[in-house]
Ligand binder design. Sequence first.
Ligand code: UDP
Ligand code: MG
Length: 318
Amino acid sequence: MTAAPRDPAASLDVVLPAFNEAANLPALFAQLRRVLSALTPRWRILLIDDGSGDDTAAVALGAIRAGLPLRYVRLSRNFGKEAALTAGLALADADRVVLMDADGQHAPELVAAMHQAWLGGADMACAVRSNRDEEGWVKRLGTRLFYRFVNAFTRLHIPPDAGDFRLLDRRVVQALNALPERNRFMKGLYAWVGYRTEFLPYKPRPRVGGRTHFSLGRLLQLAFTGVTAFSNLPLRIWSSLGGVIALVALGYGGWIAVEHLLYGHPIPGWPTVVVGLMFFSGVQLLSIGIIGEYVGRIFDEVKQRPVYLVAQDTGAPT
Ligand code: UDP
Ligand code: MG
């Protein structure tokens, strides 16, 4: 079966999650206007203001007054980038949706290449960074280990260098919107829904104004969400480890008994006990902690709280 040919003039929404990006928005708006107008007459920017405390709102409302096809949605507080993307995907109603950062690191020019990939039949066109030179070694190593781990122990393949900068066909957007989970690790979810994906290499530009919002702590938190949402392996490790430890303990106990009975060696005393006790309390606390990570997330899911709340929605189509 061949798919229906795609309409080059299909509508296109660009979702920009923004947290204190007022300084970067005007230049980005201008670039987007230039790039998008050349692609389709039916384009629109959907700015998700993730509880900014700067002039983001004023800049956006000014742009709307100046005639930019922009819809400004303000969340009721800062919910985080994954939640802002989730909001954008839920509110966008175009035939295809582009997700990109609002800080100018994602070059709007690449949207033209994504558009071509979509016309060629791709359901998802995804920008892949061709280098990570500008990142510190801690972040690079952490990222590598994280993707190694997730990809080794789940049936998904999450490409390590593909971020949130991508174009999604309507049906991919619908698939993502239908996922009910509250712990939203978007990079995993894109991989989970599947569909025909094309990868386009790009080099992220330096941030224009402000600085990154992702500290090491926040990245670690995201990594935990990613691991717990896509792998049960950390839970399973402990049952096998428990089995191995029990066997070792049994063997050691048997050995002491044999030594005592055959050679009359005295049974070794407190040092073994203390070391054993400390080691195994550590292992137990660690395993309880890991189980706790999962239980905490189950708790998040069963509470069924919304992922985000909208406080203001200006420029929505009527
Ligand atoms: N962002 C957001 N909410 C947050 C943190 C970040 O909407 O709580 C947005 C931010 O405004 C930017 C994008 O997510 O448009 C990427 O953030 P950032 O540039 O800080 O991340 P990095 O590029 O360093 O990974
Ligand atoms: Mg950035």
